[in-house]
Design a protein around this ligand. Structure first.
Ligand SMILES: [Zn+2]
Length: 256
């Protein structure tokens, strides 16, 4: 079984790509990584939570159900985010990982419900939250209800923050639209993967609206780091150690 690299378009053995954290061995491109592989990479143990919400089609959007079912099949996940509790470098933490193969992590009501429930659980149990974002934005198939998730998740993240608890976000390619306009930018620490696109509206839209010509690297992680949008860029292979270190420092501060 082979898969095509997103950048160089070469066929790569699927197993080799998985073993290499979905980084292309030929061109170095970070290909999109499924949530379950990220969890394997980051955690020693992980229990999935808030996994039982049912599909709803609130505005009866044409072909939504078919699209949803094919997303379930393609991703092997029940929705666009996986939430739960686990350990990273032995540190107990809540974790959410958005799933690129489920409608590109688009944010619908179930995604909002799950992340909100996770923040509420983390607040109650005084745990940090580590979140990985990948999202094309709000899920148009759920209309205004998908936009309401931004406020709901943000409010839960604020209560978690007010309780003095740590929230670290890792933005991955792409993190756009409603995710960027809410929980993806609310972390106490925001890191990114190299080369990820992070923004609200896309480059073409911004150029059309403002009439300005934007630089080639507009909205890349490197551009956003230079402009103070994010705190650090961390290679995929180093993320586990990086996060474990932050969690360990935070745990010491909390217990002190
Ligand atoms: Zn490649």
């Amino acid at each position: 079984m082979t898969v095509k690299c997103n950048k160089c378009k070469e066929e790569i053995n699927k197993e080799d790509l998985e073993k290499n954290y979905y980084i292309c061995p030929l061109c170095g491109k970070l290909n999109r990584m499924p949530a379950k592989n990220r969890l394997q990479m980051l955690t020693e143990k992980f229990d999935v939570m808030f996994n039982d919400q049912e599909f709803t089609d609130p505005i009866d959007f044409p072909s939504y159900k078919e699209k949803y079912e094919s997303a379930r099949e393609k991703s092997g996940e029940t929705e666009g985010v996986v939430c739960g509790r686990g350990t990273i470098g032995g540190q107990d933490t809540c974790i959410f990982i958005m799933e690129p193969n489920f409608m590109m992590g688009s944010m619908g009501t179930v995604v909002g419900d799950r992340i909100t429930a996770l923040f509420e659980y983390a607040t109650k149990h005084r745990l940090p939250v580590i979140g990985y974002t990948v999202s094309g934005g709000a899920r148009m198939q759920e209309g205004a209800l998908s936009l309401m998730q931004m406020a709901k998740v943000s409010a839960a993240a604020k209560r978690h923050s007010d309780a003095g608890l740590l929230y670290v976000v890792c933005t991955t390619d792409p993190t756009m639209g409603g995710a960027t306009a809410s929980f993806a930018m609310l972390g106490d620490i925001i890191i990114s993967e190299p080369g990820a696109m992070i923004g609200f509206a896309g480059k073409r839209v911004v150029e059309q609206v403002t009439g300005e010509v934007l630089p080639d690297n507009f909205q890349s992680a490197e551009f956003q780091l230079k402009n103070g949008f994010i705190d650090d860029i961390v290679p995929r292979q180093e993320q586990k150690a990086y996060l474990a270190n932050i969690l360990a420092i935070h745990a010491e501060t909390v217990s002190a």
